[in-house]
Ligand binder design. Sequence first.
Ligand code: FAD
Length: 303
Amino acid sequence: MREAFFERRRFMKIKDLLKKLDFSLSFEVSPPVRNGRGDRLFSVIGSLAKLNPDFISVTYGAGGSTRDMSVEIASSMKKSGTAEVLAHLTCVGASKREILTILDELKSSNIKNILALRGDPPTGQDAYKKQKDGFGFAHGLVEFIRQYDHFCIGVAGYPEGHTEAPSLKADIDNLRKKVDAGSDFIITQLFFDNNDFYRFRDGAAKAGIDIPIIPGIFPIFNYRQIQKIASLCGARLPEALHKKIHAARDRNDLVEQYGIEYSLKQSEDLIKNGVSGLHFYSMNRSSHVEKIVRNLPWQNRIA
Ligand code: FAD
């Protein structure tokens, strides 16, 4: 068991990990936005690391707002060997020269994995605007990073279609551009109906996309928060799930319990249907994720 643990740690590029493993486990964490201190976050990362993930991803705040913290947290995780790191990077408000500076910083911290994203328009701006000498879409960023041989590149996929895309098919055609530009794997937006994921996976296969697609799972723990997040990213809550958490909306303990039960069922079904891994949106909490992961049929992964 311990051997398997160290075996996994030896690989640094996620594409190599994914080739080697039948199945990957990963988590997303975010730099603190308000108080700017990472202490609590590092304690969460420590708890998540005990679940033996293959990598932990660190988000890049909207509009690059947490740029320094994102790079710092990713670098510190990499240095301490807590877990393999996937650093998110967006194009918002950045010129190619600025992106290059960040790539240099990541490279000098020996970070080898980047999730290349376009990003959302900053608050108060209706639509995404390409920065002068920047990138209009994520595929441009992927192409740019690909010139530097150092990095393994992941991109975002949308089981229900991206909110700005005219159709799922058009969005998958655009996803294909990111793959052709040199992406190595895809992590999806959160979704609650696995049929959406299976439809998306079939559509991607039809479009000739043959890199691993890792589903993103969001364990719900707060009714109002998920309402807001789902409406921002265009994720649909199935009626039965919505009804259940709405009825319990003033009892976060119950909403969390329902969220754990739902994510567990969702994950079990995805595993049965041959996904290449699971990526949990932790929202900088570990206890609910732990309850799910420890109940999945792979306990021997956990050291
Ligand atoms: P793109 O792939 O560029 O797509 C954006 C839109 O443009 C889509 O509708 C697509 O269909 C369309 N499009 C693409 N190419 C073309 C083209 N050539 N012509 C016309 N239309 C085109 N945001 C953050 O700010 N920080 C994060 O850390 C972060 N992490 C994320 C992690 C994951 C796993 C996911 C799924 C999303 C994350 N996001 C993050 C959100 C993401 O930035 C937004 O969803 C953003 O709106 C789109 O980013 P993208 O990389 O998918 O963009």
